[in-house]
Design a protein around this ligand. Structure first.
Ligand code: ATP
Ligand code: MG
Length: 372
């Protein structure tokens, strides 16, 4: 097993910077997710760890071994890094059986036949492929093929798994199933795993920690709870959670309200304290609240007009069965609420909306950095 460290890692493609000064420490046995929008540098980062791409600057460590450092002229090729990769387009050998596909990396390494047999059977058992050993890839479902690709990766017992959107070719239902299986398998094997996805649900459900990346810059590294409840900035706050967090321009008044022009909400004493310390009283900020932290007043415990409530117009209702996503407006100010299904909101009518003031976030106006 091994930890993986990136220290001040940069990757340039000509003029373009794909990865900027990345510092990431993946612990031994950890399931780390690299999460971010398309083109943010996830695959590039993974490829630098794999040795398929050389960093322009910085150091990459796998365990105690420095595997890449352009300044020192160090570059360990992929085959000597003791890693296994699973990609989105996992190419199985079509003419080989499941057994031979899984056995292939061991054959390449000239592992004795008896040991190959033992390890292939062990892996097949773990992945529920025992009954399918004699089949060819075309005789398998998408999920089964995916499991063969995983089997081929784990049979070598590598120190690190690198996975690049390995589930993205599967249908929604199978993804949910494979998500759980993969997580269980990773815990069982205890192999340090770095898993790339742009799907925040996959990230939240699978990761021990999530590294959120935007435009080549690492935004925050934290547990699913941390990135969800204490996002470091508006990017992380907006990227994690669906429907996304509401952001509303506000002014913090001297008497401790968030003023939106059309209405205002009373901040809690400890929140006012923090804002005063940061010199933000009287200043413009970005106010954030997640749709699930807004309530139809009919179902709210604590409702104090002029403090945690606003009368809003119901623009559109998306009924998801278990909840209603309600598009709300107060004059020019618009936001989403995720109300419980019992809410009797009606499009075109007004509703009293309660804000859970414990759950609000305040971000600095220019930088988008979280105050809390
Ligand atoms: N070989 C290359 N030459 C030039 N630019 C590249 C090269 N490889 C990647 N890039 C650019 O670097 C940026 C990051 O690419 P990368 O593949 O790491 O993104 P990603 O986060 O994996 O995105 P996706 O979710 O779409 O797979 C992109 O803007 C991409 O166009
Ligand atoms: Mg990619």
């Amino acid at each position: 097993m091994a930890e993986v460290k990136l220290i001040n890692v940069w990757k340039q493609f000509g003029e373009f910077t794909a990865v900027k000064d990345m510092n990431l420490h993946v612990k031994d046995g950890e399931f780390m997710i690299l999460l971010g929008p398309s083109g943010c540098g996830k695959t590039t980062t993974l490829r630098m760890i794999a040795g398929l791409e050389e960093p322009s600057r910085g150091q990459v460590y796998i365990g105690d071994t420095l595997v890449a450092d352009p300044e020192k002229g160090v570059f360990v090729p992929p085959k000597d890094r003791d890693i296994a990769m699973v990609f989105q387009s996992y190419a199985l050998y079509p003419h080989m059986t499941v057994y031979d596909n899984i056995a292939f990396p061991l054959k390449l390494r000239k592992v004795p036949k008896a040991e190959i047999d033992e390890r292939v059977r062990e892996v097949a058992e773990m992945l529920g492929l025992t009954e399918l050993m004699k089949r060819k890839p075309r005789e398998l479902s998408g999920g089964q093929r995916q499991r063969v690709a995983l089997g081929r990766a784990i049979v070598r017992k590598p120190h690190v798994f690198l996975m690049d959107e390995p589930l993205s070719n599967l249908d929604a239902k199978l993804r949910v199933k494979m998500r759980a299986e993969l997580k269980r398998l990773q815990k069982q094997l205890g192999v340090t795993t770095i898993y790339v996805t742009h799907d925040q649900v996959e990230a939240m459900t699978m990761g021990d920690r999530i590294a959120v990346i935007n435009q080549g810059v690492l935004q925050q590294v934290g547990t699913p709870d941390e990135v969800y409840n204490r996002p470091a900035n508006t990017f992380v706050a907006g990227f994690i959670g669906a429907p996304p967090m509401n952001f509303i321009d506000a002014t913090i008044t001297e008497d401790g309200f968030a003023d939106f022009g059309e209405f205002r909400l009373k901040l809690l004493p400890d929140q006012v304290e923090v804002l005063r310390d940061r010199g933000l009283l009287g200043k413009e900020v970005i106010f954030g609240i997640r749709p699930e932290d807004l309530y139809d007043a009919m179902f709210a415990q604590v409702k104090i007009p002029g403090e945690n409530m606003a009368r809003a117009m119901v623009e559109i209702i998306e009924n998801l069965g278990n909840e209603k996503i309600v598009h709300l407006s107060v004059g020019e100010v618009t936001f989403l609420g995720a109300f419980r299904s019992e809410s009797r909101v009606v499009e075109g009518q007004e509703v009293d909306v309660v804000f859970d003031m414990r759950k609000i976030h305040i971000f600095e106006k220019g930088s988008g950095k979280a105050v809390f």
